[in-house]
Design a protein around this ligand. Structure first.
Ligand code: HAM
Length: 433
């Protein structure tokens, strides 16, 4: 026997209850977001690296340390790095938005997407190299009402899939192109004066990405940062009133949110509002969703200046919060047969039931024998699958227009009429649909 081929570290097979839970979360998000007018967008997994270097920021961890590069098989050594696996969806959505010319003709657009993202991080609980996001991006809306709607949409979605109270939504404003440069200048001066007391990462970031220093988790850096100039004090009037209005709107809409003036986020494109949702019980990787406004990104990537904002949810992390058990098992029925003739009849009835049963609202799994098994084995299989009922199509019963309904738990049987009305009525009664 040849050696097994194993999957790469940080890349997993997802199946069983976890796969069901992930799919359910994506389907519920689609349903929820569409009620706010969002439409699907399917974005490429491979993108030019430059899109993220320019969009997310060349000095961010994501671009500097975590990219997976792709070769098309003809790539020269000096081109390796031109293409990458997408680490996130926002820059791609912006590229698509500009490519379609929406910025010029039809700026208000609402998109949602879901799919795998790739980051070369150290794998641990809740952190993978291939993970899945559900994202939503709203273009062409500058007012705080848009921020409030996006945050409310995220919060109500999360509450619809997990019982309330387990999430904390924190938000902040990073200022805008008018007020932030002055703040960054003041912050740099402060950090440079305290350089020797900062950790190595922070020292490096003084020049490359000083705002990120505010986010350092290192206790000794945190102690120094308590004295740092406050971002809040540098907000211009427009940023201040945008943030105040957002807080007010969230309050009116009864959306729980806390202001955290240390929240900065790890991607460079944000302007003004940023937010992050954390959940209890996830350990170090406790951010289940995050997002913010990126009013400068469309222009930065070559489009007509367009305000925009959005968020992305980490689906694996959300599934850890909801718990795989939250997926209710679907009711199952088995159509067993006793001969070649009734096997064909069973297949036809199975198709009919698969067509008719969704009308009652719950998805029911309908199984038939695919292994040419005798009746005893078919009943064993039905029991193992956890079927509530088996319909046994015996030759005699079928010729009399009947079928045996076997209750798998009680092991009781009764003859019922083999007609769609009678089957649907009995199954509905028995399955409690
Ligand atoms: P992000 O904070 O980099 O933002 O990622 C969003 C979410 O993706 C995180 O809160 C987390 O739940 C999940 N996530 C990130 N990395 C991993 C990983 N290695 N393993 C598992 N889950 C992970 C963005 O990606 C922005 N594009 C969000 C956004 C959309 N901003 C505006 N629009």
């Amino acid at each position: 026997m040849s050696a097994n081929v194993e999957s790469e570290r940080g890349f997993r097979d997802i199946l069983g209850a976890e796969a069901e839970s992930l799919e359910r979360l994506v389907a519920a998000a689609r349903n929820h977001f569409e009620r706010y007018g969002y439409r699907p967008i399917i974005l490429p997994v491979v993108e030019p690296t430059d899109l993220f270097a320019r969009g997310v920021g060349a000095t961010t961890d994501i671009v500097e340390k975590e990219m997976f590069f792709v070769s098309d098989g003809h790539t020269h050594a000096d081109q390796l790095g031109d293409l990458c696996l997408r680490p996130e969806g926002t820059a791609s959505a912006v590229r698509a938005y500009i490519d379609q010319g929406f910025d010029k003709s039809d700026p208000l657009q609402k998109f949602y997407y879901s799919g795998p993202m790739f980051r070369n991080e150290r794998p641990q609980k809740g952190r993978y190299r291939q993970f899945h996001q559900i994202g939503a991006e709203l273009f062409g809306a500058a007012l705080p009402a848009a921020d409030a709607e996006v945050i409310a949409m995220l919060r109500t979605y999360l509450e619809s899939v997990v019982s309330a109270g387990r999430f904390t939504l924190r938000l902040n404003s990073l200022g805008c192109a008018v007020c932030r440069p002055e703040y960054v200048r003041r912050l740099k001066t402060f950090l440079a004066a305290n350089r020797d007391a900062l950790c190595e990462d922070c020292r490096r970031r003084i020049e490359t990405n000083p705002l990120r220093v505010l986010d350092c988790k290192n206790e000794s850096c945190r102690a120094i940062l308590r004295e740092a100039p406050h971002l809040t004090d540098s907000w211009c009037e427009a940023c201040k009133s945008h943030f105040d209005s957002l807080l007010q709107r969230l309050k009116t809409r009864k959306v729980d949110a806390e202001w955290d003036q240390w929240l900065v986020r790890g991607l460079d494109y944000y302007t003004r509002t940023v937010f992050e949702v954390t959940a209890e019980g996830l350990g170090a990787q406790n951010a289940v969703a995050a997002g913010g406004r990126y009013d400068g990104l469309v222009e930065l990537l070559g489009g007509v200046p367009t305000p925009a904002l959005g968020f992305a949810i980490g689906v694996e992390r959300l599934a850890l919060v909801t718990g795989a058990n939250s997926v209710a098992p679907r009711p199952k029925i088995f159509l067993a047969s006793t001969s070649e003739t009734t096997r064909t009849t069973a297949e036809q009835w199975a198709d009919t039931l698969r067509r008719e049963l969704p009308a009652v609202g719950t998805s029911v799994e309908v199984w038939t024998d695919l292994g040419g098994q005798g009746l005893k084995r078919q009943l064993q299989q039905a029991g193992k699958l956890g079927c509530a009922f088996t319909l046994i199509l015996g030759d005699r019963e079928v010729s009399e227009g009947k079928v045996i309904l076997r209750d798998m738990k009680k092991s009781t049987q009764e003859d019922i009429e083999l007609s769609i009305e009678s089957l649907m009525r009995r199954l509905r009664e028995r399955l409690g649909l």
